[in-house]
Design a protein. Structure first.
Length: 85
């Protein structure tokens, strides 16, 4: 589905999803963890377990719901957001 939306489903794309979700849906998570994407993998890291769990829930919601993924990517593309994929 990610490819159908014009993106490469790599670690950088998922880091973009995480950044977008934090910016638009959970700004209180900003700066509570770091991102470490690579070509085949995405990782968020830090010592704030609650923040990491909250990010995981947000990302799981997008990964498991096609309409939510489509909406997130469409809104991000409309805003000129760069998933860096």
């Amino acid at each position: 589905m990610v490819e159908e939306l014009g993106h490469e489903p790599n670690g950088y794309f998922w880091a973009g999803v995480a950044r977008r979700l934090v910016a638009t849906e959970a700004p209180l998570l900003e700066s509570r963890f770091g991102y470490d994407p690579e070509g085949d993998m995405f990782c968020a890291y830090g010592e704030d377990q609650a923040a990491l769990e909250a990010l995981g829930e947000l990302m799981n919601g997008v990964a498991m719901d096609g309409s939510r993924m489509r909406s997130l990517v469409a809104a991000a593309d409309e805003d000129g957001f760069d998933f860096d994929d």
